[in-house]
Write a protein that binds this ligand. Structure first.
Ligand code: A3P
Length: 326
């Protein structure tokens, strides 16, 4: 059966009912991209953000292996400083638009016992004030990145990571329930994903913007599926991109450090503190782990046939015609 077509108004209503919370009161569309309405408060600061040539950016659509890529890039760029890697990743490699996604201003006065990191109140300002070399994570699509980056006035290194759309959607669903207060079911979530009503959608255009720039010397384009199938080759590629040399022992140690089980139990990267804080603040009551299953093709058996067809159709139409395959 063909998926039921939902109008924009239907989806907006569903979004409001299933995915607004005290920390995210609504959504807007900015140049074709769905974002929390709080983007308005930070849009100018992001547009005018002073980029530095020695920054290292990890850009991605959510749930495509961003954290895994960040940890790999940080460790290679910092000469395998596993001691330094014990500092929380959001501190070493902050998320530019964190404050756009989560607004704690009305919540915190009720919880004087909970102390949030400075990053939370104004992540754009926090990132801009870091000393060089800065490591910056963002989920913004290319056309919403800071002006200096779009125009090429500054040319920091940019690592983009992409993942199979169906696995991304499954992972995003679990993430939104665990971390962002989504209350609907999986099928509804898929409809929102396809209808471009989830933060940072549309997914396919996000990938294409970076795929089309993959030959630029300051861009490294990676795939989650390649990290899964041959992480040492990806580490080697990343080291070349970052102008770093490394010994076999260092690669071995990094492979161990980045293994799924290690990442899952590493408090510096597994966001257990963020899950805990949100529970304390009574913003979520779902159990689970941020680093969840780490599997390829997990959509099989989870996605209804009609939704799979629509995903495949869009992937063929948007990506395969540009020689991009998962
Ligand atoms: P799943 O939800 O499918 O398990 P992001 O960092 O962009 O939010 O992506 C999170 C996804 O990357 C999650 O996918 C998570 O489990 C997976 N991931 C993180 N570290 C991983 C690792 N070391 N090996 C495999 N997958 C990993």
């Amino acid at each position: 059966m063909a998926p039921q077509l939902a109008t924009d108004n239907d989806l907006n209503q569903i979004l409001k009912e299933t995915f607004t919370t005290e920390f995210r009161k609504g959504y807007i569309t900015v140049n074709g991209v769905c974002l929390p309405e709080r983007f308005n408060k930070f849009s100018q600061a992001i547009e005018d953000f002073e980029v530095r040539d020695d920054d290292v950016w990890v850009c991605s659509f959510p749930k495509t292996g961003t954290t895994w890529t960040q940890e790999m890039i940080w460790c290679v760029a910092n000469d395998f400083d596993f001691e330094g890697a014990k500092v929380l990743l959001p501190e070493r490699f902050p998320f530019l638009e964190h404050s756009v996604l989560f607004d704690y201003t009305t919540i915190m006065p009720r919880h004087p016992e909970v102390k949030l990191h400075r990053l939370v109140s104004d992540s754009v300002n926090y990132v801009s004030s870091r000393i060089s070399p800065r490591f910056i994570k963002t989920h913004l699509p290319f056309h919403l990145l800071p002006r200096q980056l779009r125009t090429g006035k500054r040319k920091p290194r940019i690592v983009y990571v992409a993942r199979n759309p169906k696995d991304t959607c499954v992972s995003y669903y679990h993430h939104c329930r665990l971390m962002e207060g989504y209350r609907g079911d999986f099928n509804t979530f898929c409809r929102l994903f396809l209808g471009e009503k989830l933060c940072f959608t549309p997914f396919w255009d996000h990938i294409l913007q970076f795929w089309n720039r993959r030959e630029d010397s300051n861009i490294l384009f990676l795939k989650y599926e390649d990290l899964k199938s041959d992480l040492s080759t990806v580490i080697q590629k990343s080291a070349t991109f970052l102008n770093k040399t490394m010994s076999n022992d260092q690669v071995k140690a990094l492979l161990e450090h980045l293994s799924f089980n290690n990442m899952k139990s590493n408090p510096a990267v597994n966001y257990e503190d963020a899950v805990e804080t949100n529970k304390k603040l009574k913003l979520i009551d779902v159990d689970g782990d941020f680093i969840r299953s780490g599997k390829v093709n997990q959509w099989q058996g989870e996605m209804p046939e009609s939704i799979i067809e629509r995903f495949d159709e869009l992937t063929r139409e948007k990506l395969a015609t540009r020689n991009f395959f998962f």
